[in-house]
Design a protein around this ligand. Structure first.
Ligand code: ZN
Length: 496
């Protein structure tokens, strides 16, 4: 951020229009292989596309946002959270394996999980299941073209390979009709007919314009689909972005073989989980979009990603930093509605919101809600405030530091000396007098200390011990008001 004049997604949108020309409709793409639980790193790709889509729409353009589920890819390895017996499915398409959780196919299970989470942050692209596309033989013509131009493809790929591809190489992945696995070798390919043999012993001939068991391998499949969908923009992770990586070869193949210009590309860096490794928590579990949604409300979650350029890495925190992130968001929101935000801040705010409302939404700060939630007053909250309180509750249960947690006491369990008793009785009488705001009440504390001749430190400490059974806590006056003075009076009435 900082010095740049334009917000990054606006800059990309302008470049797409400039490079691709004025089109009736622009196609922005994103996608992934659902090989297991989809981690938060993959969300970065989707939101990068989403923001460019929104920037194009803000320029009055029509946009198609497609999300490819590459679920006709092979099952490569059994993830940690899946039973070992699944080894027997290695080599089969992900869409053809049963879900370990009993709901549809293996691919579907993880796809649905992620699609549901995406919806919550306002992202609803057009999902394309490659298993369906392939089974319907949608790419047959382009696969045939790839076979015809296989030498051009090999030439591109060999430039970046140590060992050149064998002369008998075909740009094909064939799933065996008998064992369903891709442990096949192509013997001959002509027009739409592929002859192959499989490690299982099966030998067959398939017409891939009629039967979708033949697909292109990744490095050919990606550019093939750019052509098919007429993609104008697609981001990619650093694994695809290295020199000689699949974007480099895809760019050459799409032009030479499919006569199409590669989409505009944006590299995105990984995100890390603070205190963990890439995408994983310190416990080694994969962190999902849903995990982040439990603690961050949709617009604050979007704000995390919107505010960082895609080519810069960043960390997602679950510790006490969460409070600061919410405070930053609230401050930006205030600036926006006070009309004090600069151009860059304005865009970051607008694109963080699911929809910008005319009026500033009602908010209560995260820190304040920590007290409200623990004072048992959550039921009284409504709308956006209630939504945020739910996140605070989840955060307190799973991630908050001990210093943030407390329990409001029903009984006075602390042994008090004479002065402490006197001070607390004094406090009780002060509370009975009238209703206070936080500042008024705070000033009263000093009067009490003076009257009773107790040090401020001792007074605050004993008050916290009696009210929340801790030596420290949130600001005392605010705490008392949040809990409700009647409840505090009732508690202090137990002191004689
Ligand atoms: Zn076989």
């Amino acid at each position: 951020m900082g010095k740049e004049k334009f917000f990054w997604a606006d800059y990309i949108a302008d470049r797409i229009i400039k490079e691709k020309g004025n089109k009736k409709e622009y196609v922005c793409a994103s996608g992934i292989t659902p090989s297991g639980t989809i981690h938060i790193g993959n969300f970065r790709e989707v939101i990068t596309t989403d923001l460019v889509v929104r920037a194009l729409k803000d320029r009055g353009k029509k946009v198609r946002f497609i999300y490819s589920w590459d679920d006709y890819d092979r099952f490569r390895k059994v993830p940690k959270n899946i039973k070992k017996e699944y080894e027997k499915y290695i080599g089969m398409p992900l869409s053809e394996i049963p879900s370990p959780f009993g709901d549809g196919s293996y691919a579907e299970h993880f796809e649905k999980e992620f699609e549901n989470s995406l919806k919550k942050v306002g992202i609803e692209p057009e999902f394309i299941r490659q298993s369906i596309m392939n089974k319907k033989c949608k790419y047959a013509k382009l696969i045939k073209l790839a076979i015809e131009k296989r030498e051009e493809i090999m030439e591109v790929l060999n430039k970046y390979r140590k060992e050149p591809l064998s002369k008998n190489w075909f740009p094909l992945t064939v799933y065996c009709e008998k064992c369903k696995k891709d442990s096949t070798k192509v013997l001959e390919a002509n027009e739409y007919i592929v002859e192959y043999e499989c490690e299982c012993g099966y030998k067959g001939k398939v017409d891939f314009s009629k039967k979708g068991t033949v697909k292109a391998p990744w490095r050919v499949d990606w550019p093939l689909r750019w052509k098919y969908e007429k993609v104008d923009f697609e981001p990619g992770g650093i694994d695809h972005s290295t020199p000689g990586g699949s974007f480099t070869t895809g760019k050459e193949i799409v032009k030479k073989v499919f006569d199409y210009e590669a989409p505009m590309y944006q590299l995105y860096e990984w995100v890390r989980i603070k205190g963990g490794t890439e995408f994983s928590s310190s416990k080694g579990n994969v962190t999902t979009l849903n995990d982040v949604e439990e603690v961050y409300e949709p617009e604050v979650l979007r704000y995390l990603f919107v505010g960082t350029r895609p080519n810069k890495g960043f960390q997602i925190s679950f510790d006490n930093d969460v409070i600061k992130i919410y405070e930053d968001f609230d401050a930006l929101e205030k600036k926006y509605y006070d009309k004090k935000a600069n151009a860059q801040e304005k865009r970051i705010y607008e694109l963080s919101r699911l929809k910008v409302s005319k009026k500033k939404p009602a908010r209560i700060g995260f820190r304040h809600l920590i007290t409200i939630v623990q004072s048992g007053k959550m039921k009284e909250l409504k709308g956006e405030v209630k939504q945020r309180a739910e996140k605070v509750k989840n955060w307190l249960e799973k991630y908050a530091g001990e210093d943030m947690k407390f329990e409001v006491q029903e009984k006075v369990k602390v042994k008090l000396n004479k002065k402490e008793k006197e001070a607390l009785i004094n406090l009780r009488e002060v509370l009975k007098e009238k209703d206070y705001d936080e500042k008024e009440l705070f000033n009263k504390f000093y009067e009490i200390c003076k009257n009773v001749d107790i040090s401020n430190k001792d007074f605050f400490e004993v008050a916290y011990r009696v009210i929340i059974n801790k030596k420290k806590g949130p600001r005392l006056a605010g705490l008392i008001l949040d809990i409700g003075k009647d409840k505090i009076i009732k508690l202090l009435n137990q002191i004689e």
